[in-house]
Design a protein around this ligand. Structure first.
Ligand code: F6P
Length: 369
């Protein structure tokens, strides 16, 4: 039986925000309106549907042409996002304060029907795409759009948000070079990226770091000390080290800031640890800079805007073609569709034989191995 024609769609943004989310929203809304469809934004991931009583507007925002005017260049997301309250493992607190995690996806699908929403475009990272996959299996028409500054999603050449994060981190490295050189210091710069080293690697190479430490290559701190000494012998009295938050030493543990059941663990703190250990081992003054959430803010680069706009428009085209259960993906020069089932729950690490790592090694950059 052919699917019912689409009259009304919704868009949700989930997980950590990334520059380019608003550009996707604008492209989705304009592409939907031009097909005569109505478009609604669900507030804060799925909270707008699961916790409507918390919102004065009922949790759904009507997205008109006027509402999305002038937002392409804005960071963040006008409909809000969250990396809590996954409908797959939704936390329910009983009267004694005990928390239980329940699957609310059936209820969520019913709420889409209640609001006469015929299809969903969901913009997110691995967690959001895993939810999207389950919703699609339960009969909702769903298209996923890959987002994350971490660039760690499988089956797309790149996610939007990554280029902006790398551009900002690179600018920070440029600025840190002059102060590090003036004081003859070691500068340790910690960047986000979760369990993948994409941001550290790309910013580190573009920003002329001397050492790059990534989760994919466990490090030996003595190799880093040797690099600092080698530079000193060549007359460079300073060293710039970029470390991904998920990096760890050979045989060492991840540095975790916070672990809460039902949520992804929060990484962070490896930069401080490395700086303390290096100062003790080398006797050189060492400082640490944690770029953290600064990497998620600001205006998207032209590349991120363009990818985001292309993804948003392609997601609406996919719905118009009758597709569901797929993610739009960059496969240059095109935007393709890949099954959500092939992306959900998978992560893409930096391949050890990629040419960016080879380039870095040719440039003399140390990975601590
Ligand atoms: O996935 C994006 C990301 O920024 C990661 O790089 C980082 O580990 C995490 O989100 C931080 O999450 P939160 O916003 O909860 O601090």
């Amino acid at each position: 039986m052919p699917a019912m024609p689409i009259k009304r769609i919704a868009i949700s943004t989930g997980g950590g925000d990334a520059p380019g989310l608003n550009a996707v929203i604008r492209a989705v809304v304009l592409s939907a309106l031009s097909r005569g469809w109505e478009c609604y934004g669900i507030r804060d991931g799925y909270n707008g549907l699961l916790l409507p009583e918390q919102y004065v507007d009922g949790g759904l925002i009507r997205l008109t042409r006027e509402r999305v005017r002038g937002i392409t260049h804005l960071g963040g997301t006008i409909i809000g996002t969250t990396n809590r309250n996954s409908p797959l493992e939704y936390p329910i607190t009983d009267k004694d304060g005990n928390v239980q995690y329940v699957d609310r996806t059936d209820e969520l699908v019913r709420r889409f029907m209640l609001h006469h929403i015929d299809a969903l475009i969901t913009v997110g990272g691995d967690g959001s795409l895993a939810i999207a996959n389950v919703l699609a299996q339960k009969g909702l028409r769903v298209i996923g759009v890959p987002k994350t500054i971490d660039n760690d999603l499988d089956r797309t050449v790149v996610t939007f948000g990554f280029d902006t994060a790398v551009a900002f981190a690179t600018e920070c490295l440029d600025r840190l070079h002059t102060t590090a050189a003036s004081h003859g210091r070691v500068m340790v710069v910690e960047v986000m990226g979760r369990y993948a080293g994409w941001i550290a690697l790309h910013a580190g190479v573009a920003g002329s770091a001397d050492v790059i430490l990534i989760p994919e290559i466990p490090y030996d701190l003595h190799k880093v000390v040797a690099k600092i000494r080698e530079r000193e012998e060549r007359g460079a009295n300073f060293t710039i080290i970029v470390v991904a938050e998920g990096a760890r030493s050979i045989g060492g543990e991840l540095v975790v800031k916070e672990k809460t059941p039902g949520r992804a663990e929060r990484l962070g703190g490896i930069g401080e640890k490395i700086a303390t250990d290096l100062q003790a081992l080398t006797g050189k003054e060492t400082r640490v800079v944690v770029l953290g959430h600064l990497l998620r803010g600001g205006s998207p680069t032209a590349q991120d805007r363009l990818i985001a706009l292309r993804f948003g428009a392609a997601a609406v085209r996919a719905l118009a073609e009758g597709q569901s259960g797929i993610m739009v993906a960059l496969d240059p020069p095109n935007v393709n569709y890949v099954p959500l089932a092939e992306v959900a729950g998978r992560m893409r690490a930096v391949p050890l034989d990629c040419d960016t790592i080879m380039t870095a090694r040719d440039l003399g950059i140390c990975f601590g191995d």
